[in-house]
Structures are given as C-alpha cells and as structure tokens.
Ligand binder design. Structure first.
Ligand SMILES: C[S@@+](CC[C@H](N)C(=O)[O-])C[C@H]1O[C@@H](n2cnc3c(N)ncnc32)[C@H](O)[C@@H]1O
Length: 213
C-alpha cells in the first residue's frame, strides 16, 4: 500500500523508517512518502500558517497551503482516504487500523499549533482521526502511530503467526492477549505458571484461552 504523510518535519520520520516492522515492509508492501507543506506552499518565505480569524492565541495551518500540497502530490486525484489527524477526529482503534491497512493508498495530514483551518477537515480530508483523548503538540507522533500500526498489518511485516493473536484482534474477539513469560522460570520467588513448563501443548493452549480478557 502507499502511505503519504504531509508534515512540516519530514526528517522526523527517519527514526521510524529504520525500525521494524516499518523497515521490513518499506520499499515492498509499503511505499511511504513524506511531503513537506513548505515545499509547495504558495506563500512567500515558506509560510504555512496564519493568525486565526476572530482573534486568539496560536497559528492555524492554512487551507490553501494544504490544498497546494495535495495538488502537487496528486494533481487533483487524491487517494480515497485523506485523513486529517486531529484530537476532534474518530478515535483510533485496531478496527480502524485494519480498515486503513486494507486500503491501497492513504494520505495522513499532520498539523501543529492550533491545528487546521476547519475547511481542511471539511473539504480536503475524507476522515478525521484522533489517536486518543489528549492533545499533543503536533500531528507527527499521531502520524507515526498510524504508520507503525498499519505497517504491522501488511503481509510480511511480522514473523509468521505473531500478528494474528494480538490484543484487540478479531481472533481474540477484540480481547487482550494472554500473558507471556520467559527464562528464568523463577526470579525472586516469582514463578512462571507451572502449566507453561509442563510441555503439554493442549493444556498450555487451554490456559492461554482462559487468560484472554
Ligand atoms: C496542539 S494540537 C491542536 C489542538 C486543537 N487546538 C484542539 O484543541 O483540538 C496541534 C495538532 O496536533 C495534532 N494532534 C494533537 N493531538 C492529537 C490527537 N490526540 N490525535 C491526532 N492528532 C493530534 C493535530 O494535527 C492538531 O491539529
């Protein structure tokens, strides 16, 4: 799939692209492109935001700047899903991640300061997504959260079998995964459940099913 991120700080994504699973699928199942609003802004001196009409603190990302960035990238034919990242959007869940990971192309719009001119959300974006009920300083961490969550759902991103039985997955009925343990079997008197050391795979499977919440 193709994931396009529109941001003021494309270089901030360098770290993410070096991390698995994003690095694993990059250039294969995932085509990640980073666009800077500043490179295509129609305003002078790289201006991208402006003072809010009606007064008040903070700067607002201009609608003409976002439109110019989208036009430059897509020539008037944007992908079916253009997502404005905003605390006022639909809350991100694993179901939303699965929905987006099934798309051939998604664009993510990041803002900062006071956020987008509302016309970006109303007319340029097709969806608005929030990564949680709290306010971050910009949309770049939310964009990275989405890129990572989507990348791990793409074919080949994870080792065989490790992506299916995860928390919130359909296979676990949307529940939380069973607990994991590794060596040592006992540490400070804290023992690993005996069943996991039993070698009885049917029993282990049963115990794990019981632990799913
Ligand atoms: C400081 S926030 C703007 C907050 C906005 N004035 C409000 O009260 O809803 C700046 C930008 O960060 C991003 N952002 C902050 N929190 C977010 C969240 N929980 N989910 C998605 N994006 C978020 C959005 O792109 C937002 O426009």
């Amino acid at each position: 799939m193709r994931l396009d991120v529109f941001t003021l700080v494309p270089h901030a994504f360098a770290w993410l692209t070096e991390q698995r699973p994003v690095a694993t699928v990059l250039g294969g199942e995932l085509d990640l492109r980073l666009f800077s609003y500043r490179e295509t802004t129609p305003l002078r001196n790289g201006q991208v935001d402006d003072e809010p009409y009606g007064g008040g603190a903070g700067m607002v990302l201009r609608v003409d700047v976002v439109a110019a960035a989208l036009d430059a990238a897509y020539g008037g034919a944007p992908p079916a899903r253009v997502i404005a990242l905003t605390p006022k959007g639909r809350q991100l869940t694993q179901a939303v991640v699965e929905e987006l990971a099934a798309e051939p192309a998604v664009a993510l719009l990041s803002a900062r300061f006071e956020g987008f001119d509302e016309r970006v959300v109303e007319h340029l974006a097709t969806d608005a997504v929030s990564i949680g009920p709290y306010v971050l300083s910009n949309g770049d961490l939310p964009a990275m959260v989405l890129v990572d969550a989507i990348a791990r759902r793409l074919p080949g991103a994870l080792a065989e079998g490790s992506g299916e039985l995860e928390s919130f997955s359909a296979e676990l009925g949307g529940g939380l995964e069973y607990p994991h343990y590794t060596r040592p079997a006992e540490f400070r008197g804290w023992r690993v459940p005996d069943v996991l050391l039993s070698g009885d795979h049917a029993k282990i499977e049963g115990w794990r099913r019981e632990q799913i919440r």
